[in-house]
Design a protein around this ligand. Structure first.
Ligand SMILES: NC(=O)C1=CN([C@@H]2O[C@H](COP(=O)(O)OP(=O)(O)OC[C@H]3O[C@@H](n4cnc5c(N)ncnc54)[C@H](OP(=O)(O)O)[C@@H]3O)[C@@H](O)[C@H]2O)C=CC1
Ligand SMILES: CC(=O)[C@@H](O)[C@H](O)COP(=O)(O)O
Ligand SMILES: [Mn+2]
Length: 393
């Protein structure tokens, strides 16, 4: 029986994870479920999965949940605040941690899981973008196991021989990361002037949280994923090629020196990579229906247009700059997306805000968590200042 902590259990990845868990009560048990503030949703999950702990970072929400649990005489204990996330991610009773908090807030608890030597199912790409070197070092030094959940990285993982050697030794020439191109792939850039959050979040193939949906629309999601692939697979930036594939059926590919290209295909439903990682190395039922290739009929590919999607280049630029640059990129992007969702920044100005923040902050060596968190805070402060001074709007 595997005992799980699910960081971000009320979100899109969190609920898909619990859907798979519910299909295998003989294999998985929820030890801790966590969220930020959505206590009613967490309460429903407590009723169904009876975790030992439920964590809410918002203290008022935690109080409301504790009260509701008492009224129904349920045994789950409630913990409040950010430190409790790291506590349940590193608890000795836990062997597997699903890291599915969105954004930089996922870094500290996911790193705590790595330091405690857990099996980590990594959905939270921002943690790796911010602190790739430190994170991978913590995984290695503490015997943790890292299984990618992000659909592209899970696909690459499935297409690589599992012998742990470097890419060159495994005969890999390139990683081909597929991208849907998002909801605005074919729209003229000028027509995107007044797009609304609802339009940007209407992803053509995936149902996801709002932040990652906006990232898909700008293709910053793919930029973050290039950085994620760099760290996960120890690849050079030039070895990671983004390929637009609007159907989102091929989730990524690995090209070998002999000319072979291996791909992983499935319906676009995150329960497939989640079940793959939960059961690994066994294959377990995910509830996802079989892929009907006759219905799919066509698989097409396009090169990304850098003028249409400037965020992709900003991410390559930050990756090549190294040190704290990816953490700065990520922080500026989080503020830009938050402002866009609050209708305080036009969609087309998102790249300009990120570019300005990247240009104004010096790159430092990302040699400690404190340095990374300080760079994150500095980038957020600068992005907020630029927004309040209307410098990029
Ligand atoms: N959704 C998808 O299909 C995919 C997602 N990912 C990645 O997985 C991660 C999660 O994405 P997704 O599920 O879409 O996001 P959602 O917005 O749907 O869910 C986010 C979860 O994190 C919690 N949370 C948000 N902010 C905080 C905070 N400051 N402290 C603690 N908990 C917090 C939320 O709690 P509450 O409900 O209380 O707000 C919720 O449980 C992201 O990093 C994303 O890039 C990767 C590939 C695919
Ligand atoms: C499901 C998943 O992994 C997302 O990251 C997805 O890839 C987003 O789609 P885009 O390819 O449009 O960014
Ligand atoms: Mn992805």
């Amino acid at each position: 029986m595997r005992r799980l902590t699910i960081l971000g259990s009320t979100g899109s990845i969190g609920t898909s994870t619990l859907d798979v868990v519910a299909r295998h009560p003989d294999r998985f048990q929820a030890f801790a479920l966590t969220a930020q503030a959505q206590w009613q949703r967490l309460m429903e999950q407590c009723r169904r999965f009876r975790p030992v702990y439920a964590v809410l970072t918002d203290r008022q929400a935690a109080e409301a949940l504790a009260q509701a649990l008492r009224e129904e005489d349920l045994p789950t204990q409630v913990l409040a605040g950010e430190a409790a996330l790291a506590q349940v991610a590193s608890a000795p009773e836990v062997d597997t941690v699903m890291a599915a908090i969105v954004g930089a807030a996922g870094l500290v608890p996911t790193l705590a899981a790595a330091q405690a030597g857990k099996r980590i199912l990594l959905a939270n790409k921002e943690a790796l973008v911010m602190s790739g070197a430190l994170f991978m070092e913590a995984v290695k030094a503490n015997g943790a196991e890292l299984l990618p959940i992000d659909s592209e990285h899970n696909a690459v993982f499935q297409c690589l021989p599992g012998d742990g050697r470097g890419l060159a030794a495994r005969g890999v020439r390139r990683i081909l990361l597929t991208a849907s191109g998002g909801p605005f792939r074919t729209r003229a850039p000028e027509s995107l002037e007044g797009v609304t959050p609802a339009e940007a979040c209407a992803h053509p193939n995936w149902v996801m949280g709002r932040k990652i949906s906006v990232d898909s629309a700008t293709m910053m999601n793919k930029g973050l994923e290039v950085i994620e692939a760099y760290w996960l697979f120890d690849a050079q930036p030039e070895q990671i090629q983004v390929v637009i594939h609007p159907q989102s059926v091929i989730h990524s590919m690995v090209e070998y020196v002999d000319g072979s290209v291996l791909a992983q295909l499935s319906n676009p439903d995150m329960r497939t990579p989640i079940a793959h990682a939960l059961g690994y190395p066994e294959r377990i039922d995910s509830g996802v229906e079989a892929l009907d290739l006759f219905r799919v009929a066509r698989l097409t590919f396009e090169a990304p247009d850098p003028d249409r999607f400037p965020c992709l280049n900003l991410a390559y630029q930050a990756l090549r700059a190294g040190g704290t640059a990816p953490a700065v990129l990520n922080a500026a992007n989080e503020i830009a997306v938050e402002a866009f969702l609050a209708e305080a920044l036009p969609f087309r100005r998102i790249p300009a805000l990120i570019e300005t923040v990247l240009a104004r902050l010096p790159v430092q060596a990302a040699d400690s968590l404190d340095t990374v968190l300080a760079a994150d805070a500095q980038a957020r402060a600068l992005a907020r200042r630029l927004l309040s001074q209307s410098e990029v709007t």
